[in-house]
Design a protein around this ligand. Structure first.
Ligand SMILES: C[S@@+](CC[C@H](N)C(=O)[O-])C[C@H]1O[C@@H](n2cnc3c(N)ncnc32)[C@H](O)[C@@H]1O
Length: 720
């Protein structure tokens, strides 16, 4: 038995806890009609009335009936509300629960009241044995499971009506909606302890704790979003058998799947049915209502895979702070079959049938959803569903096998990511594209030309300021330090830091542009022969692990060029937080930012007289033509640079000068005349904004220096 230390709690504690858990289900049912609570929308679902009754029956069957001479509230209810306990005799077939028009809702609520009266009375006068305390806790956890099942089933019922009725005026429970953290978190392999460690309550299927061998793996910091899923759909995800397991593909065809359950496409785009009614798909929210088969196909399409449950648990046990949405958003499908752990023994007695007998043909989900009651979730919790089931609040988080080799850029993968990202951005309204795709070899060269333009002050101003502060700041680096530069480009400003810190052990430039990195590494290695240079081609928003050459001393992050201003505010916090995790305790971070100033100065810097910035902006489409075989009429897009006062940022857009269409792979994107693609934001900062940003990401501002007009600034940040 998986025990609970709570046996030592007072009878009063138990009766209060019982009351508070039991209050939730009637509250969820309160606004629904007796008809809503009687219907059964499919064999997997149960009527709301049945949930209300069955969760009460559980206490009667598992606890109250253990008393000598116990008289049941109504012997017939023992048959009607037994779910699947063979040892407890006859029951109604699951798919026929919707036929129970009798007892009435009123009678079921009266049954609940009577069970509550008997249970609280029993709890207040009983000094429980370990086994009894476990069964009470099990009953309460069972009740909590039925709260979530109740919401799943009500949503399914509402979804079956052509009227799209809202079960609730407002969502009865809310997601945690943590900001995205970005990237993949890497774990060494080795022996891991998995399973319930004996502290507090757990279901029997979480025990015993045992060792499992893990190969090195990466787990995505964030859940797969609805926006990601739109890209999967747009890329023919539901039409390509090569992405699917055979059983999954058979389901896609038999049930005409073309999107997650509850999604619908009409004139206004995709919408999704939720507990408070139908609403537009939200690209940044986690995808929900997918089967294991869909999660698996999505992972294959992404070039990744689903995590095993042991990988998920190991990651959350040791680095939960670097993940978003681990709990409180969606249950996450794993690749693991729902099997007994080595040494598993079911709970003794009638509750033996609770979990163990379902250990065939199902898949484990980990985490918890927005509908999971607070306090019910646990790192070792094993939820399970059949691989085709879609009505749970289930989504996914991707895993991958090995950290990519630092020196072997996956250029094919990069092209796929570029295509996927571009299609996703151009499928939105308004259309967007990420600025990181500006930087192929030609784009990097154009950026270098921009830095030499008379109107483009930031590079000159920042280099001059860096020359002023670097000698003093370098005194803090200490021995054996490593400089890690994010978005290093031509590594020109880096020289100022390297000159100020001749004892640096290693330099790790990270850039998405392999071409820019190659040239920079050649020049830096020639100019600083004693320095170990270990380049990483990669996306700093998906933080790659540092190479082995890193010194034993302090790590110094370097992020000049106000590239931070290209990130959305949430993304900037997530980036700085991930950088802090990568660089470790005691690290320093030199951050370059452009400051808020006269719009005329800014606009000139982003719309130069020679048209180099315009060519840089259009290079995004030219690159799509070169690398993806797209057919953008590049010259038909005008370069626009605008100051957005409210968001305090310069924006670059590409504006269609006529109606047109462009094809990327199988996807056709239509443009109206005047429609724009928002290609870049360059947020401008104040000292207070930099301090707030640093603080939000867990850094402390150690120094802040601004240069003369047109002003840029450098901040020195420290990690405790
Ligand atoms: C504005 S330039 C700055 C270059 C240089 N740090 C400077 O200050 O002059 C941005 C650089 O970041 C790189 N970059 C942009 N987004 C990136 C991403 N997500 N991951 C890695 N590199 C990125 C680009 O290739 C480019 O070299």
């Amino acid at each position: 038995m998986t025990s609970t230390a709570a046996v030592t709690m007072s009878p009063h504690f138990w009766s209060e806890r019982y009351r508070s858990v039991r209050a939730a289900l009637p509250a969820l049912a309160a606004g629904l009609s007796p008809e809503d609570l009687t219907a059964q929308s499919m064999p997997d679902c149960s009527p709301g009335k049945w949930h209300l009754a069955h969760a009460s029956w559980f206490f009667e069957a598992m606890i109250l009936s253990g008393q000598p001479d116990y008289v049941p509230v109504d012997p017939q209810f023992q048959i009607l509300f037994n779910s699947y306990y063979d040892a407890l005799g006859e029951r109604v077939a699951r798919h026929e629960r919707g036929l129970m028009t009798r007892p009435s809702l009123e009678a079921v609520l009266a049954y609940r009241h009577e069970i509550d009266r008997r249970m609280t009375d029993w709890l207040e006068r009983t000094v429980m044995t370990d086994q009894q305390a476990y069964l009470v806790e099990l009953g309460l956890n069972h009740e909590q499971q039925h709260q979530e099942l109740f919401l799943m089933d009500m949503l399914n019922l509402m979804s079956r009506s052509p009227l799209d009725p809202a079960a609730y005026d407002e969502e009865p429970r809310h997601s945690v909606s943590e900001a995205a953290k970005g990237g993949t978190v890497w774990f060494d392999g080795g022996l891991a302890m998995i399973g319930h460690d004996g502290e507090g309550f757990a279901f029997d299927n979480e025990s015993p704790a045992h060792r499992q061998w893990l190969e090195p793996f990466g787990l995505a910091a964030d859940l797969v979003s609805q926006g990601d899923w739109l890209s999967f759909i747009a890329d023919g995800g539901y039409r390509r058998p090569e992405l699917w397991l055979a059983d999954g593909w058979a389901r896609v065809q038999a049930e005409d799947w073309e999107a997650p359950l509850y999604w619908r496409q009409d004139g206004d785009g995709w919408s999704v049915m939720a507990l408070a009614g139908r609403r537009p798909v939200t690209p940044e929210a986690a995808v929900r209502h997918i089967s294991f088969y869909e999660a698996d196909a999505f992972a294959r399409w992404s070039g990744k895979r689903l995590p095993t449950e042991a990988e998920w648990e190991q990651a959350m046990r040791h680095r939960s702070e670097v993940f978003s949405g681990a709990f409180g958003e969606v249950w996450q499908w794993t690749a693991s079959g729902y099997d007994a752990y080595p040494g598993f023994t079911p709970t003794p007695g009638t509750a033996a049938e609770y979990n163990g007998k379902f250990m065939a043909n199902q898949k484990v989900l980990r985490g918890g959803s927005f509908a999971t009651p607070e306090g019910h979730e646990r790192i070792s919790y094993r939820n399970f569903f059949y691989p085709h089931q879609r009505w749970a609040f289930a989504g996914l988080r991707l895993a991958e096998d090995q950290a990519p080799s630092p020196k072997a850029p996956d250029q094919d993968g990069a092209a796929t990511r570029f295509q996927r990202d571009l299609i996703a951005g151009l499928s939105k309204t308004p259309k967007t594209a990420s600025p990181k795709w500006f930087y192929d070899a030609h784009g990097s060269e154009l950026f270098e030309q921009i830095t030499r333009l008379p109107e483009y002050y930031p590079t000159r101003q920042e280099a001059a300021l860096l020359r002023r502060v670097a000698p003093q700041w370098a005194e803090r680096f200490g021995p054996n330090a490593t400089l890690v530069e994010f978005g290093s480009g031509a590594s020109e400003k880096t020289r100022v830091v390297l000159d100020a810190a001749p004892d640096l052990h290693a330099y790790v430039p990270i850039d998405i542009s392999a071409a820019a990195l190659e040239g920079a590494v050649e020049r830096i290695s020639a100019a600083y022969p004693g320095l170990t240079v270990a380049p990483l081609v990669g996306d700093f928003l998906h933080m790659p692990p540092l190479p082995d050459v890193v010194g034993t001393g302090r790590r110094i992050g370097f992020f000049p060029g106000s590239t931070i201003g290209n990130l959305e505010p949430d993304e900037a916090v997530a980036f700085l937080r991930a950088a802090r995790a990568l660089l470790g305790p005691g690290s320093l971070f030199i951050l370059g930012v452009d400051l808020v100033k006269e719009p005329a100065v800014l606009i000139a810097a982003y719309d130069d007289a020679e048209g180099v910035t315009a060519a840089f902006n259009r290079n995004l489409l030219a690159r799509a033509n070169r690398e993806l075989g797209a057919d953008f009429d590049v010259e038909a897009f005008a370069h626009k640079a605008v100051w957005n006062t409210e968001a305090q940022r310069m924006e670059m857009h590409l504006q269609a000068t006529r109606p047109m269409q462009a094809r990327i792979g199988d996807t056709v994107i239509a443009f109206e005349r005047g429609e724009t693609i928002h290609t870049e934001n360059s947020r401008k900062f104040t000292e207070a904004a930099v301090r707030d940003l640093a603080q939000a990401a867990g850094w402390t501002e150690l120094a802040f220096e601004a240069g003369p007009a047109p002003s840029v600034a450098l901040a020195l940040l420290g990690a405790d």
